[in-house]
Design a protein around this ligand. Structure first.
Ligand SMILES: [Zn+2]
Length: 161
């Protein structure tokens, strides 16, 4: 049985992402702050030439902006995962998808476990797959994108350095 929810004092850090594995937690915090690897953010820091969604609109046919709202609610690539996320959120909060703004969702402790599972089962908040020739490799691109998002890698230090 799930423990009952206890109201936490304001300002206390949300314990759920703090306990999550580092990579998922950092995507969570990046999305929360808005400095995440989304189309709109990467375009704003000149990491990508445009902000369309590379998953559901890879050829930029409809110019769908890849916002947080798009990724959590509308992107056809993650439909199943979105359905699970919002079903859980509704169960926890009695508020459905249409009643939430993603910014509020990410700020609500009660929703963090569902959000973290959503991140674990999707690539939301991770770098775009290489689609252009000048993109060297997934990994390098991700590193560059992470650096652009202002989050420096701390977990992969070279041994003996
Ligand atoms: Zn999309």
């Amino acid at each position: 049985m799930a423990p009952p929810y206890v109201l936490r004092k304001k300002g206390k850090p949300d314990p759920t992402p703090a306990r999550a594995e580092k990579r998922t937690a950092s995507r969570f915090y990046q999305l929360k702050s808005g400095h995440a690897l989304t189309g709109v953010y990467l375009k704003s820091v000149d990491n990508r030439p445009d902000d369309h969604c590379w998953w559901c609109d890879p050829d930029n046919n409809c110019g769908t902006q890849q916002t947080r709202d798009h990724l959590f609610k509308h992107c056809s690539r993650w439909k199943d995962q979105q359905a699970q996320l919002w079903a859980r959120v509704k169960e926890e909060t009695k508020r459905g998808k249409r009643e939430w703004r993603v910014g509020d969702l990410l700020a609500d402790d009660r929703c963090s476990p569902a959000v973290l599972d959503f991140l674990r089962t999707t690539y939301v908040g991770r770098a775009a797959p290489p689609v252009e020739e000048n993109w060297d490799s997934d990994e390098e691109e991700e590193e560059r994108a992470v650096a652009a998002a202002g989050v420096m890698g701390e977990e992969e230090e070279e041994p003996g350095g």
